[in-house]
Every structure is written in C-alpha cells, then in structure tokens.
Design a protein around this ligand. Structure first.
Ligand code: SAM
Length: 275
C-alpha cells in the first residue's frame, strides 16, 4: 500500500490534470527510458527518488527496474500524487515543493523527468541535491526545450493579440511568467554540476513525434505547456484564446494527407554520477 507523506503544504502552483498528462504515453515515456539507460551503478541502488513524479508512470518504472530499492515519489500536486498512488503502489509518496525539499535518506538515484523547466532558479536546488547524493550516487534530469518552438511562441502571440479588437488576453503577469526561461543550456548544466568527483554527461535529442487524431498538438500542450494559461485566464478569455490559438496551431502544424501530424520536440538530458 502506498504511503503519502506531507511535511509542509506546497505553495500555490500550476494545476495538473493527470488524465490529460497520460495521453501520448509512449512519446512521454521514451525520453525517461533513454535517460535511465545512461544511469550506471556498480551495485544495485538502495534509495531512489523520482522527483516531480507526476502520475507515477516513471516511479513505477523505477520500482520495476530496481526491485531491491526503496523508491520514493515526490511531487507538489495532490492530484498527480493521487494518480501515482494507484500507478506505483510499491513507492512511498511525498507531497513537497522541490524548491525546499530535502531527501529523508541519502539517495543513490535522484531522477527528475520533465521537472526542472518548471522550477525557477533551480541551479541552487540542483547543487544542493547533488551534494545530498550517496557516494557513487547519480542525479539524472530531462527537460523539454521549447521557448523557440511555434507552439510556445504562438501561446505568447495569442495572449498578446487574442482579445477583442486585438487586445491582450489575461494579466501582463501571465505573459511575463510564461516568457521566463528557467532552463540553462547544456554548458550551463555542465558548469553547475561538474566537480572533482562529478563529470556530467549532457546531451539533447530532438524527437519527431508523429501524432494522430484531431488537433493532436493542442491535446499535447493542453496537458503541460498550456497549464498556466488554463489557470490564468477566465472561462470567457480562455474560450477566445482557444479558438485563435487552435487556428494558428493548425497552420503551424498542418496534417499530412494521411491525417498524421509531425511534432518536433527537443529535450535536454543531464546525468551526473558521483565517483
Ligand atoms: C511534466 S510533469 C512530469 C511528471 C513525471 N515526472 C513524468 O515524467 O511523467 C511535471 C510534474 O512536476 C511537478 N512539479 C512542478 N513543480 C514542482 C515543484 N516545485 N515541486 C514538486 N513538484 C513539482 C508537477 O506537479 C508535475 O506533476
């Protein structure tokens, strides 16, 4: 039976819908598998944390990959953790904000799939977590790289001119918050984590996702990149945003004659083993 531990209430955060996030399971799982593939241990790990564990898909994978380990999932979203409890029943779950969280036990593996692009100023958090690793432990991160992409730039453009008469939609703080880039480049993560006993392995991959179904790019971003917009607009504003943004998305990501849609998506990977 999964145990859920809450030490302090997390600060108000973006809402998450686990069922929407569980769409496109194979596309979302593949980067986590490719990240895990680069994590090497001399001896099986004893303590594993999946941070930003979301609906528990990766947490479960970690319990299966390391059957002898105590596996923990950490997330700030109660909705995500409720789903994770069903998905990864062998894990211990914690409702925490990663900005202030410290692992209860020294981790052999800290695994963060698609988390740190959501965490402002996370350089200090990563340095602290790397310092918490057990000897010969590993920190493994994967983050989407999206600020240059059509789907993301069109969110900003639609917020800027999608209101009545071309007026902006939503408060200026929403556009400012969305425009902020929390991720570093590859050299930035190398510099952050490299040290006498750590040689980070940093790489990026651009996947060409082949999506099907109606408006599949909308379905993808509705689950993640659009969450702050869904939270930040009134129902009427969101209706106006949706219709204008959908038209722009369809033009930027046209369907192929067979009905499929090509969706390029870049991700940055970091694995730091402590020697
Ligand atoms: C994009 S989802 C990824 C979920 C999971 N790692 C996966 O790959 O399936 C990001 C998750 O990070 C969580 N999250 C975002 N900011 C967080 C924070 N500051 N502290 C803890 N969790 C956070 C969200 O609640 C969400 O469940």
């Amino acid at each position: 039976m999964t145990a859920l531990h809450t030490h302090e209430p997390p600060r108000a955060a973006t809402s998450w819908d686990p069922q929407l996030y569980l769409r496109f399971p194979e596309h979302r799982l593949r980067p986590a598998l490719e990240l895990l593939d680069r994590v090497r241990f001399d001896a099986p790990p004893s303590v594993v944390y999946d941070i930003g564990c979301g609906p528990g898909t990766i947490t479960r994978l970690l319990t299966e990959r390391f059957p002898g380990a105590e596996v923990h999932g950490v997330d700030s979203s109660a909705d995500m953790l409720r789903t994770a409890a069903g998905t990864a029943p062998a894990a211990v779950l914690h409702q925490e904000d990663i900005g202030s969280w410290r692992p209860g036990r020294r981790p052999d593996l800290l695994f963060a799939n698609s988390l740190f692009h959501l965490v402002p100023d996370h350089g200090a958090v990563l340095r602290r977590l790397a310092g918490d690793l057990a000897p010969r432990g590993a920190l493994a991160l994967q983050m989407p790289v999206f600020h240059h992409t059509p789907w993301f730039r069109l969110i900003l453009r639609t917020l800027e001119d999608g209101g009545p008469g071309g007026a902006p939609l939503g408060p200026p703080e929403l556009r400012a918050a969305l425009s902020r880039v929390h991720t570093l480049d590859a050299a930035g993560y190398y510099g952050l984590l490299a040290g006498p006993d750590v040689e980070p392995d940093v790489w990026s991959t651009e996947y060409l996702h082949v999506l099907s179904g109606p408006d599949p790019v909308w379905s993808w971003v509705e689950a993640a990149g659009l969450r702050p917009v869904i939270d930040g607009l009134s129902a009427a504003e969101f209706g106006a945003f949706r219709s204008s943004y959908l038209d722009r998305l369809r033009a930027a990501y046209p369907s192929l004659p067979d009905g499929r849609t090509l969706f390029p998506f870049r991700r940055l990977f970091v694995v730091a083993h402590r020697h």
